[in-house]
Design a protein around this ligand. Structure first.
Ligand SMILES: *[C@@H]1O[C@H](CO)[C@@H](O)[C@H](O)[C@H]1NC(C)=O
Ligand SMILES: *[C@@H]1O[C@H](CO)[C@@H](O)[C@H](O)[C@H]1NC(C)=O
Ligand SMILES: *[C@@H]1O[C@H](CO)[C@@H](O)[C@H](O)[C@H]1NC(C)=O
Ligand SMILES: *[C@@H]1O[C@H](CO)[C@@H](O)[C@H](O)[C@H]1NC(C)=O
Ligand SMILES: *[C@@H]1O[C@H](CO)[C@@H](O)[C@H](O)[C@H]1NC(C)=O
Ligand SMILES: *[C@@H]1O[C@H](CO)[C@@H](O)[C@H](O)[C@H]1NC(C)=O
Ligand SMILES: *[C@@H]1O[C@H](CO)[C@@H](O)[C@H](O)[C@H]1NC(C)=O
Ligand SMILES: *[C@@H]1O[C@H](CO)[C@@H](O)[C@H](O)[C@H]1NC(C)=O
Ligand SMILES: *[C@@H]1O[C@H](CO)[C@@H](O)[C@H](O)[C@H]1NC(C)=O
Ligand SMILES: *[C@@H]1O[C@H](CO)[C@@H](O)[C@H](O)[C@H]1NC(C)=O
Ligand SMILES: *[C@@H]1O[C@H](CO)[C@@H](O)[C@H](O)[C@H]1NC(C)=O
Ligand SMILES: *[C@@H]1O[C@H](CO)[C@@H](O)[C@H](O)[C@H]1NC(C)=O
Length: 737
């Protein structure tokens, strides 16, 4: 449809008319902008009637001066709005369609709000925009910012935008761009042209998209070039790094680059962070890398570099993180590592080393705070020398063939926050000296052959939130003092949250996979979507929520877990369990626990409770019905008796439920509510229990059409909605790995 000449005349007339009636009253004062803001408020309220009272209290027509409203800034004359910052305000809904009504708008920040839908054309009429931040929303489709020729900063990262970037960002729109962040979307196209077109770019972040092709562009102007997790490939030509290279941060990780690293990389003297993890680079690591004296983190893991790590790394005095995991190094640990006294994180996991732990001297590195030697072929007793590494915060020796008992001296590692010795052949008992590990948050001893009782002294580990002792030969009763673990984890959580933001051994994917309970955990679904890089951040793990403001932020309380599956533990579960107020997941299955389940269990913030395959008896406590966050409840293979508690029908979050093989349970499963939607397999072997009729005769036809159970996917409240969002988010990402 095109406009005829008459149409044009008509429009011009309308325009003149409206200017005549409104022009005088509006020009020079803020009234017009104020009306737009009031419409913006009405728009937000339409989608969020209740939330955000505080933000918008001043936003009302009686207030003469909108420049003082929360989130609003004006020009110096006070007659036009120049900035709208409603970041992190929990205002999901479609994007407001009249920002162009604010003629001098320069800065628009709506990050982290759960805004969905497409970017309306209206936005490209905001010709004065210099900074546009719509990151961390659920915006989809393509965008067209033709017309935004003054943009200096554009951040659309963490959305669901798709399409070919070349078509969406014409040269004119990017000519002033200094910062462009588009990571975690589904964008495609070549990267080169972008760098060539946007002549003023300093910082380019395109990670986690579907960009492809080779890189054949010089990066001279750029300070940051970050393209992890795309489909880029080919060799890196030597002229890629010119004499004028000013890069500080180069991230090519998780792509398909091949060949050698050109020695010209030493031109980039300002490099602080170099991440080449997860490519197909080969040959030797160029000794010239050692001249990058500003470099703090060097990640070369998951490539095929040759064994000869250059001596020159010793002179890199600021090098703090070195990742040479998964490069197929076998035999002994190279001696060079023992000379890197400056390094604080050393990650050598996944290399098939068999020895050289002592001869390399790595245990004498006094500055090491994170040491990851997991997933190798080390054997023999655990080195007692590690007890002297007094700065260790993280020690991961999992997935080797270590034998013998755990040295008592490890209790001297008083700064330890994470200790993972799981998947070895360790025997003997858990040392009581661990009582001095006051800062430890993760203790992973699963899948060994540990024997004896769980030491009561572990109760002194007041930061311990994640304890996994599964699949050992531990026996005896759990001492009541034990339940003091994790009693004062708060300070530690904050600390770890900060650690989690930096690239370090803490963010190693394989570690995360071990540290997060797999079966039945509400968290396990995340691991499926976390991709090869396990991008989920610690703040998610700790808060059980990504930093989308849609998610309820207060769920920290349920972050911890206790995993005791597959031991020979016995005795009752003491009421002191209720002290573990951070406990979200409790797995006691496949042991010899007996006696009644203490009703105090109802006071825990549990989302998973598995007591199956024990000999618990007596009534199922009514109080379980108050565990409103419960997503997994497995009571199967026990000796529970008495009436089936009706209170369980108030559980609405369950995705897995099993009460099979408790032959003395009687009563009836309610016809309504969530329990009624589970399949018959959840209720096998309970002759006294009466099931809804459609389960009894196995007919699925009579089942309620709302399938909420076993296979159902439901997102009834905000925290589950968060799960849903995040799932979609990860599903959306390209999955070429
Ligand atoms: C706006 O806020 C400033 C500083 O808080 C104050 O001095 C000024 O009086 C306010 N203006 C109006 C019209 O409320
Ligand atoms: C946008 O705001 C301007 C200024 O208040 C107004 O003239 C215009 O009609 C609005 N447009 C829409 C589509 O609401
Ligand atoms: C938008 O707001 C967030 C949080 O307040 C802030 O971190 C971010 O830097 C802002 N973006 C811009 C472009 O100013
Ligand atoms: C973007 O919008 C402009 C006009 O606003 C139009 O000319 C152009 O064709 C659009 N580009 C795409 C890729 O849709
Ligand atoms: C990309 O690089 C590879 C290896 O360097 C080369 O074989 C291929 O032809 C290049 N592709 C393009 C499109 O330049
Ligand atoms: C480096 O920059 C200088 C000055 O801007 C320029 O003359 C020179 O050609 C550049 N060198 C390379 C290799 O691009
Ligand atoms: C090393 O780090 C220190 C402290 O951050 C800094 O002052 C110094 O300039 C760095 N050295 C180099 C060569 O960049
Ligand atoms: C060890 O770390 C400390 C504090 O960060 C630093 O002052 C010291 O120089 C480091 N030691 C070496 C050998 O780099
Ligand atoms: C642990 O510390 C204690 C007291 O400082 C010391 O006596 C003991 O030798 C240390 N153990 C090891 C193995 O370092
Ligand atoms: C909890 O830990 C913090 C920091 O480690 C400490 O300052 C505080 O005294 C502890 N509180 C209790 C009750 O132990
Ligand atoms: C990504 O975008 C392409 C179109 O550019 C589309 O075909 C594909 O399905 C999208 N992938 C995902 C996971 O959404
Ligand atoms: C990525 O782009 C390629 C074409 O370059 C396409 O075949 C593929 O489906 C895309 N992958 C995703 C996950 O969108």
């Amino acid at each position: 449809m095109s406009l005829t000449a008459t149409d044009h005349h008509f429009l011009a007339a309308v325009f003149m008319f409206s200017w005549l009636i409104t022009g005088k009253t509006v020009s020079g004062d803020i009234e017009s902008d104020k009306q737009v803001l009031l419409k913006l408020k009405a728009h937000i309220r339409l989608w969020n009637p209740v939330v955000n009272e505080n933000t918008f209290t001043r936003w009302n027509s009686n207030d003469e001066f909108p420049c003082n409203w929360t989130g609003i800034s004006c020009n110096t004359r006070g007659n036009h709005v120049t900035a709208v910052d409603l970041s992190n305000k929990n205002i999901p809904g479609p994007l407001f369609r009249n920002f162009s009504g604010l003629p001098e708008l320069e800065h628009l920040n709506l990050t982290a709000n759960g805004i969905y839908g497409t970017i309306p054309d209206d936005l490209s009429k905001c010709r004065n925009l210099r900074a546009l931040d719509l990151s961390k929303n659920i915006i989809e489709g393509e965008f067209n910012l033709t017309g935004l020729n003054n943009l200096e900063l554009l951040d659309l990262s963490n959305n669901r935008i798709q399409g070919n970037l070349q078509l969406m960002l014409p040269a004119r729109s990017c000519r002033n761009l200094v910062v462009l962040k588009l990571s975690s979307n589904n964008l495609s196209g070549p990267v080169d042209d972008l760098v060539n077109l946007c002549r003023n770019l300093h910082s380019l972040d395109l990670g986690g998209n579907n960009f492809s092709g080779n890189l054949s562009v010089q990066l001279d102007r750029l300070l940051e070039f970050s393209v992890p997790m795309n489909n880029l490939g080919g060799e890196i030509p030597s002229w890629f790094f010119s004499e004028n290279c000013s890069l500080r941060c180069l991230d090519l990780s998780d792509n398909f680059f091949i060949g050698r690293i050109p020695k010209e990389i030493s031109n980039c003297k300002d490099l602080v962070s170099l991440n080449l993890y997860g490519n197909k680079f080969s040959g030797e690591i160029p000794p010239a890398v050692g001249s990058l004296l500003s470099l703090q983190s060097l990640l070369l893991g998951e490539n095929s570099f040759s064994r000869d790590v250059p001596e020159s790394l010793v002179q890199m005095s600021n090098l703090s993180l070195l990742d040479l995991s998964r490069n197929g190094f076998g035999g002994d640990v190279q001696e060079i590592f023992g000379q890197l006294h400056q390094v604080s994180s050393l990650v050598l996991s996944g290399n098939s080393y068999t020895g050289g732990l002592l001869s390399s001297g790595i245990f004498e590195l006094q500055n090491i705070s994170e040491l990851d030697l997991s997933d190798n072929d080390f054997f023999g007793p655990l080195p007692v020398e590690i007890s002297q590494m007094s700065n260790l915060k993280m020690l991961v020796l999992a997935d080797n063939q270590f034998t013998g008992s755990i040295p008592h001296g490890y209790g001297n590692l008083s700064r330890l926050q994470a200790l993972d010795l799981s998947f070895n052949n360790l025997s003997g008992s858990i040392p009581s000296s661990f009582r001095t590990l006051r800062l430890i948050s993760w203790l992973m001893l699963a899948n060994n052959s540990l024997t004896g009782e769980i030491p009561a002294e572990l109760g002194n580990c007041s930061s311990l939130l994640w304890l996994n002792l599964a699949n050992n030969q531990l026996s005896g009763a759990i001492p009541p003092e034990f339940f003091n673990i994790g009693s004062n984890a708060t300070a530690q959580l904050i600390l770890l949250n900060q650690v989690g933001q930096t690239a370090s051994g803490f963010s190693q994917c394989t570690n995360l996979r071990r540290w997060i309970p797999t079966t039945g955990s509400p968290l396990s679904s995340f691991m499926r979507f976390a991709g090869r890089k396990c991008e989920i951040k610690w703040d998610f793990l700790l808060n059980r929520c990504l930093p989308f403001s849609l998610c309820t932020p207060q769920v920290k309380r349920g972050a911890g877990y206790l995993q005791l599956r597959g031991n020979k533990l016995s005795g009752g579960l003491p009421p002191e369990i209720s002290k573990m107020q951070n406990l979200g997941m409790l797995y006691l299955d496949d042991n010899g626990f007996h006696g009644q389940l203490p009703p105090q269990i109802g006071s825990l913030p549990l989302s998973a409770l598995d007591v199956s395959k024990n000999v618990f008896s007596g009534e199922i406590p009514e109080e379980i019905g108050t565990l409103r966050r419960l997503q997994l409840l497995d009571l199967s293979y026990n000796n529970f008796s008495g009436e089936f508690p009706g209170s369980l029908s108030s559980l609405t979050e369950l995705s897995k439920f099993n009460i099979s093989y408790n032959p003395y349970i009687s009563g009836r499963i309610p016809h309504t509510g969530q329990l009624a939607t589970f399949l018959q397999s959840s209720f096998l072997g309970n002759p006294l229990l009466r099931l809804p009729i459609w389960m009894e005769n196995g007919s699925r036809k009579l089942r309620p059409s709302r399938n909420q159970g076993q296979e159902g996917v439901r997102f009834p409240n905000s925290s589950s909605f968060c799960l849903f969002l995040v799932s979609c988010f990860w599903v959306m990402r390209r999955s070429h790995h």
